[in-house]
Design a protein around this ligand. Structure first.
Ligand SMILES: [Zn+2]
Length: 388
């Protein structure tokens, strides 16, 4: 009996191994070449799919046909249609898969970009499967409902966007909205669609990581925090998302590929010094941020400059950090985020992040990190523990 039980167990184990097996496929897709600043078709190897026909794998699971209304007035989300599996159509020629329709081409590109940042995070130390399975709602029909301020209710279909949204602990997803590849659209996005921009996808994926490592340690994901620490954490969330996007792609100015409007620009190469107004903009307002990117860019530009100095580049120059230097700061950033909840975030302020960051840098690196902070974070430098 004992023996039989064991055999049944082994059979199940083999079966589940087979059904969860990840395969590699060489697939033609759309790719953004940031050096040439253009979208090209390219054959890339997708490594983590367990169902090619449905584009389902460890990185994400593509879903089509979703329709929701995000009602900002009542704070409700209404589901008109849930997502269903997609069909990926491709022709195999000499072991390379060539998508046979436009959606298949775009969908596999999205899968690949999500997989790329997931594998990057895993190389930094994120355990496999840490985020669980996050679905990607492709060509999602999303209607925003909000008040115009004059008492008029506005209903607007979102397009040309890609975002991460956590509706509840169990319902988290990436939303890829309808887009057009033709240039100069009558929209803010005038070049590379946001969902085809690897930096944007890495930025959104990083929000899911930040949620898992930091926000989920707080009751209700942090919504009950006082407004000031909430806003500082939000700015950190945006800054960290940019730093992982820049570290993984090497593109310091990845937003400009999609949105040429200079007010949206936030280049990690900019020299950004923390200003008194950053704090007063939060504290005097007493409500949620209008612009979390102001402090966000400070975080990403400061961490990027630390990567440049690790590499031995001249301070505040325009030479970009190489991949090993970027990976080093990204690894420290990942560790710092993991340790942040234990440090305490109920009264979070930017200096706390650097205190934890400094405690995770390797031997011989403290001086470099503290030097950058003394230059760029001068007004709060004495609040960073481990630098004086
Ligand atoms: Zn963001």
């Amino acid at each position: 009996m004992q023996h039989l039980k064991h055999r049944v167990f082994s059979l199940i184990a083999i079966f589940s191994l087979l059904s969860c097996g990840e395969d590699s496929y060489d697939i033609e897709m759309l790719a953004y070449d940031f050096e040439a600043d253009e979208i090209v078709t390219k054959v890339n190897t997708v490594k983590t799919l367990d169902d090619l026909g449905k584009l389902e794998g460890r990185a994400t699971r593509l879903r089509g046909g979703l329709s929701i209304e995000l009602d900002q007035i009542s704070g409700m989300v209404r589901w008109n249609r849930v997502g269903t599996p997609v069909a990926f159509n491709a022709l195999e020629i000499d072991n390379v898969y060539h998508p046979t329709d436009y959606n298949s081409l775009a969908m596999v590109s999205v899968y690949y970009n999500i997989e790329a940042i997931m594998l990057y995070m895993e190389a930094l130390g994120m355990p496999k499967g840490k985020l669980g399975r996050i679905d990607t709602y492709y060509w999602a029909d999303v209607t925003d409902i909000y008040s115009s301020g004059m008492g008029t209710v506005v209903k607007e279909k979102s397009t040309n966007n890609a975002f991460y949204l956590s509706l509840s602990q169990r319902d988290r997803g990436f939303y890829i909205l309808p887009f057009d590849l033709s240039p100069k659209l009558l929209s803010q996005v005038d070049r590379v669609p946001l969902s085809m921009n690897p930096g944007v996808i890495a930025h959104e994926y990083s929000h899911a990581v930040f949620q898992e490592l930091v926000l989920d340690s707080l009751p209700k994901g942090g919504v009950e925090l006082a407004i000031t620490p909430y806003n500082y954490l939000w700015a950190l969330n945006e800054g960290i998302a940019d730093i992982f996007a820049v570290a993984s792609t090497g593109d310091t100015d990845f937003i400009t590929a999609s949105i040429s409007d200079p007010t949206a620009r936030r280049d990690a190469l900019d020299v950004v010094e923390y200003k008194f107004s950053y704090d007063s903009n939060i504290r005097n307002k007493g409500t949620y941020f209008d612009d979390p990117y102001e402090i966000g860019q400070f975080f990403s530009a400061t961490i990027y400059e630390i990567a440049r100095r690790f590499q031995g580049l001249a301070p505040n120059g325009l030479t970009k950090a190489d991949a090993p230097a970027r990976r080093e700061v990204a690894r420290i950033t990942y560790k710092a985020l993991s340790a942040l909840p234990k440090f305490g975030i109920h009264n979070f302020r930017p200096a706390d992040f650097f205190t934890v960051f400094v405690s995770h840098v390797g031997p011989g690196r403290h001086e470099t990190v503290c030097q950058v902070l003394s230059e760029r974070f001068q007004i709060h430098y004495t609040e960073v523990e481990g630098c004086l």
